[in-house]
Design a protein around this ligand. Structure first.
Ligand code: ADP
Ligand code: MG
Length: 369
């Protein structure tokens, strides 16, 4: 069991800054997900924990120990990769035992650990098979087993599900979550998939272009994204955005004309810029309703029936791009229908147009809303 702490850690490859001034404290027994688009520095961060990359600047600790100069083999971590790379000529049992044999762990101890891991991962019946006799999901479980038998202080996982098909991915996602509950060990898990991040993480660290943008629980990131990037990255379908100009008590843009919700009035009034970006999630749009709300006149172009819900691709005046809404299928919207989409005022996000930072909502008014 261990914490992992980045203190102002930077990693450069020549002129490329892969990770910039990263400060992040991963708690003991926490399931921390690093998420972000390809190339944002996730794998590099993980490899620095593993000791596979040197740190250009800053301090990295595992527990209380500074590990900047500690060799990978002395860090008490185990890593699971996207390509699980099992030894093809060895049985499942030998694949799991191999690392322990190299470490000269007593035979009886090895057998016990392999047996326990096989039980946790439901591999008991497969121990004498070779990798080619296994499905992709089973192979990935063997790769997990190989990490579990090491009994490391920290598990590092780099996109371990990306080679699995969609159904197996959902299943293995739950298995890894269960594994974490059972082992109560620190896990640092890397993915580009925000759904994986949201469903698995105790906390999530969102990265973009080498920068850590926000750390929080899935709900904190969903409810209170600190900037436009996080707002657009977390949630599916993605948040809608509209560029608006502040005009007195209102915010206006092509096809949009909203009263500024009460909780934003003081911060928007005080802002130097008169340009903002309004954000609203597809699932928060409604057809009808009561309370303080904002209305958008929209035309439904495409209706995707999803069973209990329907997903609407709408056009709004000359707004650039679609506005996406997810509403109850009971509305039975037809292509071509003109709708008044309603946003409950407390579901509106407002971002500074230049910096992308979320405009603060006043807490007093938020409590009323
Ligand atoms: N060995 C390397 N040499 C040079 N640049 C690298 C190397 N490894 C990674 N990078 C660069 O560092 C950045 C972050 O890469 P990486 O951590 O692999 O991103 P991610 O895992 O988030 O997709 C990218 O711009 C990548 O091209
Ligand atoms: Mg990567």
């Amino acid at each position: 069991m261990a914490t992992v702490t980045f203190e102002h850690v930077t990693k450069r490859y020549g002129d490329v800054v892969a990770v910039r001034d990263l400060s992040l404290e991963i708690r003991d027994a926490e399931f921390m997900v690093l998420v972000g688009p390809s190339g944002c520095g996730k794998t590099t961060s993980l490899r620095m924990i593993a000791g596979l990359e040197e740190i250009s600047d800053g301090t990295l600790r595992i527990g209380d120990r500074v590990v900047n100069d500690v060799a990978a083999k002395d860090r008490d971590i185990a890593m699971v990769f996207q390509s699980y790379a099992l030894y093809p000529h060895m049985t499942v049992r030998d694949n799991m035992a191999f690392g322990l044999k190299l470490r000269k762990i007593p035979k009886a101890d090895i057998e016990k650990r392999v047996g326990e891991a096989a039980q946790i991962l439901d591999l008991g019946g497969l121990l004498d098979r070779k990798p080619k006799e296994l499905s992709g999901g089973q192979r990935q479980r063997v790769a997990l087993g190989r990490a579990i038998v090491r009994e490391p202080a920290v598990f590092l996982m780099d996109e371990p599900l990306s080679n699995l098909d969609a159904k197996l991915r959902v299943q293995t996602r739950a298995e890894i979550a269960r594994l974490h509950q059972r082992l109560q060990t620190t896990i640092v898990y890397v993915t580009h998939d925000q759904v994986e991040a949201m469903t698995m993480g105790s906390r999530i660290a969102v990265m973009n272009a080498g920068d850590l943008l926000q750390v929080g629980t899935p709900q904190e990131l969903y409810d209170k994204p600190r900037n436009r990037f996080v707002a657009g990255f977390i949630g599916s379908p993605s948040m809608n955005f509209a560029s608006l100009q502040v005009d007195g008590e209102r915010m206006k843009g092509s096809g949009f004309d909203f009263p500024i919700p009460s909780r934003f009035r003081s911060s928007i009034g005080a802002a130097s810029s008169r340009n903002v970006v309004a954000g609203f999630r597809p699932e928060h749009l409604e057809l009808g309703g009561t309370g303080e709300r904002l209305t958008i006149r929209a035309k439904a172009d495409v209706v995707e029936y999803l069973g209990n819900e329907e997903l609407l691709h709408c056009t709004v005046a000359d707004h650039d791009g679609d506005v996406i809404a997810v509403v109850s299928a009971s509305h039975n919207v037809r292509p071509g229908d003109v709708l008044d989409l309603q946003i409950p005022a407390d579901k509106l996000h407002v971002f500074d147009a230049e910096t992308g930072d979320a405009v603060a909502a006043s807490t007093a008014a938020a409590a009323i809303a």
